[in-house]
Design a protein around this ligand. Structure first.
Ligand SMILES: CC(C)(COP(=O)(O)OP(=O)(O)OC[C@H]1O[C@@H](n2cnc3c(N)ncnc32)[C@H](O)[C@@H]1OP(=O)(O)O)[C@@H](O)C(=O)NCCC(=O)NCCS
Length: 156
């Protein structure tokens, strides 16, 4: 059971957008995959995405660059896992990574019937982990207002 997980691969020509750089949709897929891998490893079984928030694309990713996704568990509830995912990239010949994207994804561990199942509790072991957990809790609080605001536009 790991608190952190990295995925590393090359941005391929098939990931291109209409402007010649990496498609935002491809980045979102990678974020979901990194979060999924972290959630399954943590919970020991299948998990589903329930929330993806705060995605901002700070800088474009170039085709042919090395992409690294860093996923870290930052908070758990009874069945939910809050995971921060950061996306970095760099030219293969370069030593310096660019920070491209940061976001929070939340997964819920589910059983074979698709019902939420309990997950191991995340216990911060360092000041840095405590800081991340406080960040997750603060975002949860902020989301209450956002959810309330968005509820009136939700179509059942
Ligand atoms: C995951 C699912 C089974 C949970 O069912 P549910 O009836 O919402 O269950 P609960 O209300 O008990 O919520 C379970 C947990 O998810 C959390 N959760 C549910 N929706 C959430 C959301 N939008 N944002 C953050 N947390 C959420 C709850 O806070 C709760 O956390 P906790 O157990 O740690 O306290 C259900 O929401 C579902 O199937 N969603 C679709 C998931 C999916 O298909 N994802 C793929 C993307 S298409």
């Amino acid at each position: 059971m790991n608190k952190q997980l990295q995925l590393r691969f090359l941005a391929e020509p098939g990931d291109v957008n209409f402007g010649g750089k990496v498609h935002g949709g491809a980045v979102m897929k990678w974020i979901d995959q990194a979060g999924y891998a972290c959630a399954v490893n943590w919970s020991g079984g299948y998990a589903v995405t329930v929330y993806v928030g705060g995605i901002q694309f700070y800088q474009p990713i170039m085709i042919g660059h090395l992409v690294e996704l860093r996923a870290r568990m930052i908070h758990t509830g009874k069945t939910s896992m809050h995971i921060a995912v950061d996306v970095y990239s760099k030219a293969l010949a370069s030593e310096e990574y660019i920070h491209n994207t940061h976001c929070i994804v939340i997964f819920v561990a589910v059983d074979e019937q698709g019902q939420p199942r309990p997950v191991p509790s995340f216990e911060p072991a360092t000041e840095d982990e405590q800081r991340w957990q406080q960040y997750a809790i603060k975002l949860m609080e902020l989301r209450k207002d956002i959810s309330e605001e968005m509820r009136s536009f939700r179509q059942e």
